[in-house]
Ligand binder design. Sequence first.
Ligand code: ZN
Length: 509
Amino acid sequence: MPKDAGAQSQPKQRKPEATSPDEVMDLKAAADFLKVSKPTFYRWLAQGKLKGFKAGQQWRFYRRDLERFLETEEPAIIPTGVDDIEQAVAAARKARGLPPIAWNEPGQLLSPPSGAETPEESVIPRVASTIIADAIDARASDIHMEVNADGARVRYRIDGVLNEAMTLPRRAQAPIVSRLKYLADMNLAERRVPLNGRIRVRHHGNDYDVRVTTLPTIYGEAAIMRILDQGSVPIGLERLGLSPQTRQAFERKLREPQGLMIVTGPSGSGRTTTLYSALNLVNSPRAQILTIEDPVEYQLRGVMQVHVNRKAGLTFAVGLRTFLRCDPDVIMIGDLRDLETAEICTQAALTGHIVLTAMLPSEAVGAITRLVDMGVEPFLVGASLTTVLAQRLLRKVCPSCKTEYKPSPAVLRRIGTSDEEIAHAKFCHGAGCDQCVHTGYYGRTGVFELFEMNDRLREMIARRPSADDLRAAAVEAGMVTMLRDGIEKAKQGITTIEELLRVLALYHG
Ligand SMILES: [Zn+2]
């Protein structure tokens, strides 16, 4: 065991008060003062975490700088007695049939960090990397690391639903979050305000972009991470779960010379993937395509993508105005939330551009009433808008444990199907297996409703109709609601009625 490792397990002792903050220490004294080994001390020095100066060939440190470091960085220091942290991770992994943490080959996510020379020192980096690696292996889109009175809780969002992954001792939270912040190149000393950063990781030969956000909570700093898979962009209108009729109608509008096309739904409903899939369809060397996004989530070859930068004054509206001088064929605006942006969108859609954008209302007609409520002239909405595609993501029944079942009569009543309609349905659900981490679901598909403008609906919008009236008219004109689309998918055994009810809970209030 390296000689300094023993020192770490002793309680921290400050030198007597009599010592002046101007006291100058050499490197060994400074490392002893911080109760860390020399290699760790050197690493922190190389990382710029510690401030020192050179006296000839020797490093010297002011005591006040070391004290400030302890005040701001202390939780980043490896806690002593880390066995319980390691055991908690091993127990959580064992429950999922995984071995205790182990390093992978160099260059991969789980490769050991350089410079950590004692097992104790490497525990926190190892646990932090394991949390990310396990999330990727479990197909998680997000990682939530929060701390409360019971401990540090790690949850993974898989197919849109949060699942508990592990609970660690409470004191593991601060050093793990510090490690994540370090990896994400964030300010370690700032714990009072939310921060953003990103970690680029390589795992099993694939590259991932992990967006890290930290939040100060009453129990300590929480970290929320979004995992973006740079390797496999799951785009393509044929892969979203659109019914053939809906897809054809949507593609037809996309190939027209102009028009406003809105994709709507709450965040996490798959709108961005749909927008990228639409851009992918019209992307060709002859088309000029511009996007303004916050943030740019996937890079599309041949498309000019712009990041919103509010601090620098680059808002959706400013970007959009500039775009119109660049003679684009297709414009994508990541988010339509304000009147100024909405007005420029409608104008652009009336002057020879396809304008694609996303809104938040939960149903197709909701996007239209929202635009009018924002203050866009109803006749402009009617004139510019060609389609609104509303959508949600449903979990698909796991193919490895799929079995036929009969949903309860109460559940069937809630969706309002008739006996004859379901007579030939093949309802399926998942019994639960290792493949789907015992959730019964694996992967997701969309449910959609496509509002298509026609003369009658255009006239109606000019009279500022209620959402109910507009919806009834749209259904009469042939719109298949998300509920109907979802029932069809449940009848084919793609998803379950229960999942449909869960996802559409907000639907129609
Ligand atoms: Zn399964």
